[in-house]
Write a protein that binds this ligand. Structure first.
Ligand code: HEM
Length: 485
């Protein structure tokens, strides 16, 4: 019967035979790759298809509403705290042990920072995110003064003034989008953009750039990556124009980050001044590093608070006290923020639970052993912060939003929302201050009702982002009273 079928449909049979052979090869390859680690003590994992590795599965996760972390989590559950995969032609190892995190994040001679090709190209090769160890030290040294205590004080005031201005437009019935308020603050702080049209175009370019960060680095006009590169070019043009205006003497209402870098005094301490290319790439880096992270963290924070009435009530009590003590009639200060112990825990817990930056990317500069496995020079090592934040052996009931878990659960390397070591977030204090200011004004100035509580994750987003943006409809106090009756 088989020979009759072959005689009647020779082409169909040969195609089916070829397909079976390919499927067999793939299965054999997968099995070999899965078992191979036990022979040489390299981390377990599936190397996937030849050359492609697991890139297709990774890209599918990026474009799924469960978020890209689903890819990592599935393998973490299958293989344990250290596993290996192959993405974009390179070997990637994910680790989620606190001891290993400590070793990796504090050893820049052995583990250098490394971002995926697409991210590195979009932020620019002069960005401190991509700089090698020595160059990074110089750039970080130059940027450090921007985040001084004095700078933080003026930023808190500036951000609060922007928020208070915004609250005048927060009318009952209107819908609030947190993301927009954050971008405005960042642009004002960094480069003093205030003009509505310029702000809007900056916002569009930054979001196009963000969407390209995890895209395949293919430069064809219809690809996300290409559109991201074009957006980068337009942002660079805006920065170039602003720099030449500054050099020709056009002043701004306050000394923003750009002006501080142009007048840089840090070279008096032996640190060379940043070149114009370095200034542009690093201002862009700070817009990206600061804007999307904060906006997402704030959105998750409001969602968690909204879902936990007990937390809300405790928080409200504390914040009303702060309001009574002066914030109703004046701007918040760093000192006032220090009087918010419960809100600080809410911020920290929101950062833990949301884990906006999910893993911290490094590259091994030499062969070494991690979690008992051999790691080869040149492999990408990703410290899986999200997994540590959600590890039940590190945090009790990690799925529960419980601000009171701190400080008891502040074990070393158990909280990596801002990273650790020489590459830790430069804007960490600024970020925490912004979240506190926002929490205070939002909670004391308005009542709200969630319009879309969908927890789906935005496809293609670099940072964990709610697809819906978590829009809330503001309601007047009168409406709110009617609702509780
Ligand atoms: C909630 C908000 C934020 C979160 C969760 C966050 C998180 C992070 C993380 C995880 C890193 C990488 C650490 C590593 O790889 O070890 C980082 C780096 C960085 N962040 Fe933030 N960040 C936030 C806000 C900000 C803000 C507001 C700014 C400044 C305007 C900023 C500027 C930077 C810079 C410049 C770096 C690179 C530091 C370096 O490589 O030396 N971040 N951030």
């Amino acid at each position: 019967m088989l020979s009759k079928l072959v005689e009647e449909h020779p082409y169909l049979c040969s195609h089916v035979a070829l397909l079976c052979f390919l499927l067999f090869c793939q299965k054999a390859w997968t099995l070999w790759c899965t078992n191979y680690p036990s022979l040489s003590n390299i981390p377990p994992g599936n190397r996937g298809l030849p050359f492609l590795g697991e890139t297709l599965q990774f890209m599918a996760a990026i474009n799924n509403t469960k978020g890209v972390y689903e890819f990592v989590q599935a393998r973490r559950l299958r293989y344990g705290k250290c596993f290996k995969t192959k993405l974009f032609g390179e070997t990637h190892v994910f680790i989620s042990g606190t001891e290993s995190a400590k070793v990796i994040l504090n050893n820049e001679e052995k583990f250098s920072k490394k971002y995926m090709k697409s991210i590195a190209e979009l932020v620019g090769r002069h960005s401190l995110l991509c700089a090698t160890h020595q160059h990074h030290k110089l750039i970080r040294g130059s940027l450090f003064s921007l985040f001084s205590t004095q700078s933080l004080s003026s930023f808190v005031k500036l951000f609060d003034s922007l928020l208070l201005e915004a609250t005048t437009t927060w009318k009952s019935g209107s819908v609030l989008v947190i993301q927009d308020e954050t971008l405005k603050a960042m642009c004002k702080m960094l480069i003093s953009i205030e003009n509505g049209y310029q702000l809007e175009s900056m916002q569009n370019e930054v979001s196009r750039l963000g969407e390209a960060m995890l895209a395949l680095p293919v430069r064809l006009p219809w690809t996300r990556f290409y559109k991201g590169l074009q957006a980068r070019k337009r942002i660079m043009d805006i920065l170039e124009k602003t720099i030449s205006e500054r050099r020709s003497g056009i002043a701004t209402s306050h000394v923003d980050f750009l002006q501080q870098l142009l007048d840089d005094k840090s070279h008096d301490d032996g640190i060379p001044m940043l070149t114009e290319k370095e200034i542009k790439d690093n201002i862009l880096t700070m817009i990206i590093a600061g804007q999307d992270t904060i906006a997402n963290a704030m959105t998750w924070m409001i969602k968690f608070v909204d879902e936990n009435p007990l937390v809300f009530n405790t928080l409200m009590k504390e914040q009303l006290e702060i309001e009574k003590n002066g914030s109703r009639n004046s701007y918040l200060t760093v000192e006032a923020l220090n009087e918010m112990p419960y809100a600080s825990k809410v911020v920290k817990e929101a950062l833990r639970k949301a884990s906006v930056v999910q893993w911290l990317p490094r590259v091994a500069l030499e062969d070494c052993v991690i979690e008992g496995y051999k790691i080869k020079k040149g492999w990408n090592i990703n410290v899986d912060a999200r997994s540590i934040h959600h590890d039940p052996t590190v945090h009790n009931d990690p799925g529960v939003f419980d601000p009171s878990r701190f400080p008891a659960e502040s074990k070393p390397y158990s909280f990596l929302a801002f990273g650790m070591g020489g590459r830790a977030c430069l804007g960490k204090n600024m970020a925490k201050a912004m979240m506190l200011v926002f929490l205070h004004r939002f909670i004391t100035n308005c009542k709200w009702k969630v319009i879309d509580s969908d927890s789906s994750i935005q496809k293609g987003a670099l940072f964990t982002k709610l697809k819906s943006g978590y829009p809330v409809r503001l309601i007047s106090t009168k409406d709110a009273q009617n609702q509780t009756m």
